[in-house]
Design a protein around this ligand. Structure first.
Ligand code: ADP
Ligand code: ASP
Ligand code: MG
Length: 409
């Protein structure tokens, strides 16, 4: 007998029929003698619908009341799933995040889980019930409802699995595992049997939304066996594992992309000490996170400074730069929200040179201009025009032959 935490995403609970199907799947695990805790998301489209309602009242809405609203999506699903289980003769109880005491900090709309009191869940399991918990939400120390950021149900599931010391955390979604890249963009993308936590973390933070970044962080930190599977068809899915010593790693495990960034450039600023600080200080004071940064030195003792921010912060950042322009003696300020960051990820890159040049060659062959580059030990990222997203990702997938099983994979 094992204790399994299962999470079903929005599409997997997108209709009454899908919820019935989830109940059948849960029941099958129960019949095999396992204890099951289920975490569910809101029905597909519901969180966006609620956000739309809130934005119709205030386009810039954020904070406490938004969390009160958004958390209702998941509350609907837990009740429906518990009803479907009961209708099958399976004792079940549904709980909101606050009820099972998923304690978070008070950072509304992007709260972090601090602690989970598993006592109530354990009692129900001991009484033979399936426990159904609302994903994506918690409660802070003052009793305020909080939410964990988009995709946060993944993190609820992993955190619950860690707190309950579950034998496995299964993330059921609308694809049957983690692929070499988003299979909706590259149809011949290949499902990975396994991927290391380190690579999955990098893929998630570079834009692959199949798992929320924090869920991967949590699973790595608390050693939670994590698997991504399809709720639509049976199969082994993808196991997220630790790097095993002596195991030869695939050179490239995948390609991630992020369409949520925007680029800003301030041209012809005098090249003096403190310039970067004078530009980025006010940006950070406005709580805007900066991702990539490039500074070019011109021949005339001036410099061009380019950086990327989240698209939601584009207007605000552009306004700040325009305000700074005269004071800094800049020639021009420009910006482009239509960019995409494409990244190659692989722990095997650590011991191989030449990945970046092969990447640049493949993009050049398609006539794709690279605007920015950044590298780390296990990734190379480029910023290109958004219109090249599909072409760029496919060209790289082909160039590195990711559709074929990789060496050591
Ligand atoms: P859920 O609602 O179940 O949480 P998400 O939409 O959040 O599902 O995540 C699943 C989606 O992630 C897939 O439909 C797929 O389009 C996308 N995706 C992006 N990158 C990858 C990848 N490397 N492997 C698999 N899916 C990916
Ligand atoms: N319902 C939330 C969202 O759409 C959380 C989740 O699905 O993980 O982001
Ligand atoms: Mg998700």
């Amino acid at each position: 007998m094992a204790l399994i935490v299962q999470k079903y995403g929005g599409t997997s609970v997108g209709s009454v029929e899908r919820i019935q199907h989830v109940a059948d799947k849960v029941l099958a695990y129960r019949k095999d003698g396992h204890e099951v805790v289920v975490v569910v998301s809101a029905m597909s489209g519901e969180t966006d619908r609620l956000l739309g309602l809130a934005r119709a009242i205030n386009p810039r809405i954020e904070g406490r009341e938004l969390d009160v609203l958004l958390s209702t999506g998941e509350q609907v699903t837990i009740a429906l799933l518990a009803m479907a289980l009961e209708a099958r003769g399976c004792p079940a109880r549904s709980y909101t995040g606050a009820q099972v005491h998923i304690l978070t900090d008070s950072a509304h709309n992007k709260a972090r889980i601090r602690d989970i009191d598993g006592a109530r869940v354990r009692r129900d399991l001991a009484d033979g019930r399936v426990v159904v918990v609302a994903g994506f939400q918690g409660v802070d120390e003052h009793g305020n409802i909080t939410t964990l950021g988009r995709g946060g149900s993944d993190t609820t599931a992993v955190a619950l699995a860690a707190a309950l010391k579950a034998d496995e955390c299964q993330i059921y979604t609308d694809v049957d595992g983690v692929y070499t890249t988003d299979p909706r963009v590259v149809p011949n993308a290949r499902r990975l049997e396994r991927i290391t936590f380190e690579e999955m973390l990098e893929m998630a933070s570079l834009g692959s939304k199949v798992l929320q970044i924090r869920s991967v962080e949590f699973a790595g930190k608390y050693n939670v066996p994590l698997r991504v599977l399809s709720s639509f068809k049976d199969g082994p899915g993808t196991l997220i594992t630790f790097e095993e010593e002596g195991m030869e790693q695939a050179l490239i495990s995948g390609i991630a992309f992020n369409q949520n960034e925007a680029q800003l450039t301030i041209l012809g600023v005098p090249d003096q000490p403190g310039v970067a600080y004078r530009i980025l200080g006010p940006i950070s004071d406005a709580n805007i996170e900066v991702d990539m940064i490039v500074q070019n030195v011109g021949a005339d003792a001036t410099t061009d400074f380019t950086f990327t921010v989240h698209r939601n912060d584009f207007d605000k950042a552009l306004g700040i730069l325009k305000g700074l322009s005269a004071e800094l003696g800049a020639r021009q300020v420009s910006g482009d929200p239509k960019i995409v960051k494409i990244s190659l990820v692989g722990v095997g890159m650590r011991s191989h040179a030449g990945i970046a040049s092969k990447m640049f060659k493949a993009l050049a062959k398609e006539g794709i201009n690279i605007r920015m580059i950044s590298t780390s030990e296990i990734k190379v990222s480029v910023v290109v025009d958004e219109k090249y997203l599909e072409l760029g990702v496919r060209a790289l997938h082909d160039a590195f032959e990711l559709e074929k099983p990789q060496q050591g994979a």
